[in-house]
Design a protein around this ligand. Structure first.
Ligand code: SR1
Ligand code: MG
Length: 407
């Protein structure tokens, strides 16, 4: 696919051509252009002018940046992200970056600069506690679940929206990397030599394989809501209200994996990444931070449930969707969250696209953290049928991560 990529030399000219950026940034006064894309897929520029204004231009490359041009990837994913950002932004404007335009010929999204924020994963790795973010994320998922599902969208319209939001190439990445490859390595998996046996045990565990089969089935068939699709802690920006930590505001961004999928997939991604953070701090002997990271599991769930319960009375059709359905949905989502959390934490240990929380640990510490996560994932996948209480998840994670600590 042929289109021009943005570069520091061309952004001013590009900005001049976008009327939507009039009043946002002055192309004649641009004095800083920084490429900051540290994700796996895109180019991201932050552009500032001498009057103190700034904007972000995010451009989808026609391949997976993490791997290179040998893994082509449709840049149409930018349209999916633009759609998710604007849809989610209408539901919870305070938790989503503002977008100015989407350029469908060059796959560029112009959006609010969040330079005063930082990526939550990085902040967590630095040992900083941003309070209230896990609660915000529960609220974000609940608004998306309610506001983009048939509970608030006309049934016929909903079917159209589901069809236009399909995101087959990006969904396939998840189908392969999250659910399949941890159990069927096609040459992209890698672990420390000390964790080879753990990865092999994990790959061959028939209970885990069945659980991942169930999870993948749900992911590919349950078109409940326009989910974010990749809601890990690297997809959340945070800013402390004062100083470096403490009460904070947050934004969910980078929703290029969005499609109509299972609500619990986003919740599971959050839980998994809180747990990976906890594994880091357990390995480093910082039990205070390890417990704090795990406490976010319950914070997100409680906020999700309370928000969803509060929105439910506004449903557009209450003929058979009574309180029984509300309880049914929450009960199922809670169990599914366990399952998706198991999938999302173990893929970050064995498969492609790992996380810095674990990868920046010295091998002597990483060994136990990786083993703990894999054992926890298998236990979680089994136990979810008996209980899906988030407190039990926290207890299980705390004890399994501690038992497997090394170094
Ligand atoms: C090839 S993309 C790898 C991963 O990066 C994204 O953040 C998603 O999690 C995806 O699975
Ligand atoms: Mg991303």
């Amino acid at each position: 696919m042929d289109y021009e990529f943005l570069s520091p030399d061309t952004v001013a000219h590009y900005i001049r051509q976008r009327p939507e950026l009039d009043g946002v940034i002055n192309a004649d006064l641009i004095d800083t252009v920084e490429e900051v894309g540290d994700g796996n897929l895109n180019l991201v520029f932050i552009i500032g002018d001498s009057a103190g204004n700034s904007v972000v231009l995010k451009q989808a490359l026609p391949y997976v940046r993490l791997v290179g041009p040998e893994w082509p990837m449709t840049p149409q994913r930018a349209a999916k992200e633009a759609n998710a950002l604007s849809t989610h932004g209408r539901l919870v404007p305070e938790l989503v970056p503002n977008t100015y335009f989407y350029d469908e010929s060059r796959f560029i999204i112009g959006m609010e600069d969040l330079s005063e924020f930082r990526v939550w994963r990085g902040a967590m790795i630095d040992g900083l506690r941003h309070e209230g973010v896990a609660k915000d994320m529960g609220r974000y998922v609940a608004h998306v679940a309610f506001g983009t599902s048939i509970l608030s969208v006309d049934a016929e319209k909903h079917k159209e929206l589901v069809a236009t939001a399909i995101n087959p190439e990006l969904s396939k990445i998840t189908e392969d990397l999250v659910f399949t490859e941890p159990h069927d390595d096609i040459g992209r998996n890698e672990v420390l030599p000390a964790n080879e046996a753990d990865a092999n045990e994990h790959a061959a565990d028939s209970h885990m394989i069945d659980a991942m089969g169930e999870a993948k089935w749900m992911f590919m068939t349950k078109a409940e809501a326009l989910i974010h699709g990749d809601l890990h802690t690297g997809s959340v920006m945070v800013r402390a209200l004062s100083g470096d930590e403490g009460p904070a505001e947050s934004r969910a961004f980078d929703s290029e994996f969005a499609f109509y999928g299972p609500v619990a997939f986003d919740l599971g991604a959050l839980w998994a990444n809180y747990t990976l953070s906890s594994a880091r701090w357990t390995a480093l002997g910082r039990d205070d931070l390890a417990s704090w990271s795990l406490s976010l599991v319950d914070e997100t769930w409680q906020s999700f449930e309370a928000t969803f319960r509060a929105l439910y009375p506004q449903r557009i059709d209450s003929r058979v969707w009574k309180d029984g359905t509300l309880d049914y949905l929450l009960e199922h989502w809670r169990e599914e969250t366990w399952l998706f959390a198991a999938a999302k934490m173990s893929r970050r240990i064995v498969g492609l696209a790992k996380v810095k929380d674990i990868e920046t640990l010295e091998p002597s510490h990483r060994e136990g953290a990786a083993r703990g996560i894999l054992r926890l994932a298998r236990q979680v996948a089994q136990e979810r049928k008996r209980t899906s209480d988030p407190q039990r998840f926290i207890e299980l994670a705390g004890s399994i991560l501690t038992e497997n600590k090394t170094g």
